[in-house]
Design a protein around this ligand. Structure first.
Ligand code: ADP
Ligand code: MG
Length: 243
């Protein structure tokens, strides 16, 4: 059964049509990489999936929730969808564990002792248990991004969305974040990730989607897509590197 089902979604910003009939289905445990040039609609698609952006037509269903701009629906939806961005936005005045406990405590009414246990579990998952009481500014960018992933995992999402989570990091710090994502994939997390890391997409994603001009231009098993691109646009994208 699909965890994410996107059907003929059209999205406009004023006169600018950004998604031109996008359809995509993601099965439980599947890892889907989304690649494409800047401006091709990748972030917009992710933001539509968890209701951060409204769309004009088509349907999106995520873990049984039909995505619509109604407050109660959005709250229910977001309990099941985690999203991590390029900027990690941890609260600087709170410790790592306090950052992680905030959402479960406030939005799910989790009791302090349980929140503590959750924080330990998710920090162990991203390999940062020893930073439990550290403040964010004591951590490297890579470690902060791993905390942001842990914070998202604390909500026990059924699907995780990642939007260029390593793009703001120095090259030597991207590896540790990608490793955490690969581990999550191995644990069976359903994931959609927008990435410029082509070798990661090829190796870890079951399916890669190439977006171009607001459309899914080409998609397939990652290995096939990278080894044997069918369209001139994807061939050009892969040979020119990322823009
Ligand atoms: P990508 O993530 O692939 O770089 P985006 O989804 O961010 O692309 O953007 C797709 C298009 O939508 C771009 O042309 C961008 O300028 C436009 N866009 C994105 N957000 C907005 C917005 N809030 N208002 C108007 N146009 C936007
Ligand atoms: Mg983007």
């Amino acid at each position: 059964m699909s965890v994410v089902a996107i059907d003929q979604v059209h999205k406009r910003y004023g006169a600018l049509e950004v998604l031109k009939g996008v359809s995509l289905s993601v099965e439980a445990g599947q890892v889907v990489a989304i690649i494409g040039r800047s401006g091709s609609g990748k972030s917009t698609m992710l933001r539509c999936i968890n209701g951060l952006e409204a769309f004009q037509s088509g349907t999106i269903t995520v873990a049984g929730h039909e995505v619509r701009q109604e407050a109660a629906r959005l709250r229910a939806l977001r309990k099941d969808v985690g999203i991590v961005f390029q900027s990690y936005n941890l609260f600087p005045h709170l410790t790592v564990s306090q950052n992680i406990k905030l959402s479960p405590t406030i939005t799910q009414g989790v009791k302090p002792a349980e929140a503590e246990a959750i924080a330990r579990r998710v920090l162990a998952q991203v390999g940062l248990l020893e930073k439990f009481d550290a403040f964010p500014d004591m951590l490297s960018g890579g470690q902060q991004q791993r905390v942001a992933i842990a914070r998202s995992l604390a909500m026990r999402p059924k699907v995780m969305l990642f939007d260029e989570v390593t793009s703001a990091l120095d090259p030597e710090l991207t590896g540790e974040v990608l490793l955490v994502m690969e581990q999550l994939a191995k644990e069976g997390m359903t994931m959609l990730l927008v990435t410029h890391e082509m070798s990661f997409a090829r190796r870890v994603a079951h399916v890669t989607v190439f977006m171009h001009q607001g459309k899914i231009w080409e998609t397939g098993p990652s290995k096939e897509l990278f080894e044997d691109p069918q369209t001139p646009e994807l061939r050009a994208f892969l040979s020119n590197g990322v823009k």
